[in-house]
Write a new protein. Structure first.
Length: 459
């Protein structure tokens, strides 16, 4: 090479270097094919696993979508479509899991709140009601009605009476499943408490009784303001399935619309037990004597209730016909009475004898003297014995007068607030010997004038 630049020898081949050596040059193409393939694979994975691993496939689908967008080849469209589908499915499943989680969370939260705030169950022979800490069980001494009281505003919800639906249907000569019969029942209920002929508005158009979640209907009427300024409503609950008609009354010095919601909550948390009716179709409805006889011992020969609950009288049961001992109710309830040494214990559940019970003293008188003490005619003793076909003697008819002294509810002694002065309960116990099958008692509650049936478990 000399100093003349024109003498500088350039290579003739562009692939030849300065030394005249020839080499190959490869041109790099963009890696779009790889991105497109990756996008398609990710899209398929996202779709397949979106139902189980949605929280993982959702971000994975976004990555696949980005790779598809970056792709410059024909795989672009396929990658985008697959990942969009996967992302949508993942979002749907995420929403489903969130809904399920929130539902489970609210359920657990409600249960925890119930535990924290305290809950109890009000038991009777015919139904039970689940209530929270704001309610307490009471008995109103003025009319011997039992029920619940809301402590913040002295709202009372009390049981007025219970009747068998089949008895009501017989008296109304109709079937409750028909709307006309429902209207008759409501009219009877309305006119009894209002003593007028006003047509109720409940059945205007196609409306019927309101429906409760436990397969029962209910309705209510307002009785306005009483002479002592008490306001409230009367409630009628009807269960065709349980053959039961139950009447309640609510009352308060300062009744407000929100009280209705409190009562409705109680009704929605009520469990109705089977009502066993022993109504005689040939009976004269206008005869008070016949009606009373039917209530007191009139069904002693009808063993339907005794046989229906035979599973409750299996195992070791008592065969001692006396009143003293333990008695378990023959129904879906678990009520249990114990009489011993002129004392009584009334338990809400035979399976828990350490909580939820009443204790007190008893006065027990048999035969005609007992019925006289209960305010009934002594002649009823002869009627009961006659109707029993030899299964009952005068000494098997007990008038039991209970004087409550203590009430334990949910582990707390509530005697000071829940036992009014001079509170007494009166019951007529008719004890029947069924031989090897056991001892039964037909019990008349003189407060509600209703019958229940018991089997004697022990002495």
């Amino acid at each position: 090479m000399n100093g003349n630049p024109n003498n500088f020898n350039m290579p003739n081949n562009p692939n030849q270097n300065m030394n005249g050596q020839i080499y190959n040059v490869q041109v790099n193409q963009p890696a779009n094919d790889g991105k497109g393939l990756a996008s398609i694979i990710i899209g398929v994975i996202t779709i397949v696993f979106s139902f189980l691993l949605c929280f993982i496939t959702f971000p994975l689908g976004i990555v696949g979508l980005i790779l598809g967008v970056m792709c410059k080849t024909g795989k672009k469209i396929a990658g985008i479509i697959l990942n969009v589908i996967g992302i949508i499915l993942s979002l749907i499943m995420i929403a489903v899991f969130i809904i399920i989680f929130l539902g489970a969370y609210n359920t657990v939260k409600d249960e925890i709140d119930d535990l924290n705030h305290g809950t109890s169950t009000y038991y009777t022979d015919y139904f039970s009601i689940y209530y929270d800490e704001n309610w307490s069980e009471v008995q109103v001494d003025s009319n011997e009605l039992e029920g619940l009281m809301y402590e913040d505003n002295d709202l009372y919800f009390l049981t007025v009476g219970v009747k068998g639906l089949s008895e009501v249907e017989n008296k109304l000569a109709c079937n409750y499943e028909n709307t006309d019969c429902q209207k008759k029942l409501y009219d009877s209920f309305y006119n009894y408490w209002n003593n007028d002929e006003e047509i109720n508005q409940l059945f205007d158009g196609d409306e019927k009784f309101n429906y409760l979640k436990y397969n029962a209907d209910y309705t209510s009427i307002s009785y306005g303001e009483s002479q002592n300024k008490i306001k409230g409503k009367l409630y009628l609950v009807v269960s065709k399935e349980k053959n039961s008609v139950i009447c309640f009354i609510s009352k308060s010095d300062n009744y407000v619309s929100s009280d209705d919601n409190l009562i409705n909550d109680l009704l929605e948390n009520m469990t109705i037990y089977q009502y066993d009716s022993y109504y005689n179709n040939d009976e004269d409805d206008d005869s008070e004597q016949n009606n009373d006889d039917n209530t007191i011992g009139g069904a002693l020969n009808d063993l339907a209730n005794w046989n229906r609950y035979k599973d409750l009288r299996t195992g070791n049961i008592s065969h001692n016909k006396g009143i003293n001992g333990g008695w378990r109710i023959l129904s879906d309830s678990e009520t249990y009475w114990v009489f011993k040494n002129n004392e009584f214990w009334w338990y809400k559940s035979v399976n828990d004898l350490n909580d939820n019970y009443w204790y007190g003293t008893t006065e027990i008188v048999t035969g005609k003297e007992g019925l006289k003490k209960a305010g009934l005619s002594e002649d009823r003793v002869d009627t009961i014995i006659k109707q029993s076909n030899g299964n009952v003697t005068e000494n098997d008819i007990y008038t039991v007068i209970c004087t409550p002294k203590k009430i334990i509810s949910e582990g707390q002694d509530k005697s000071a607030t829940n036992i009014p002065a001079d509170l007494k309960w009166t019951y007529i116990w008719i004890v029947v010997d069924h031989g090897t099958e056991g001892i039964e008692a037909q019990v008349l509650n003189m407060q509600a004038y209703e019958n229940t049936y018991y089997v004697k478990l022990n002495d």
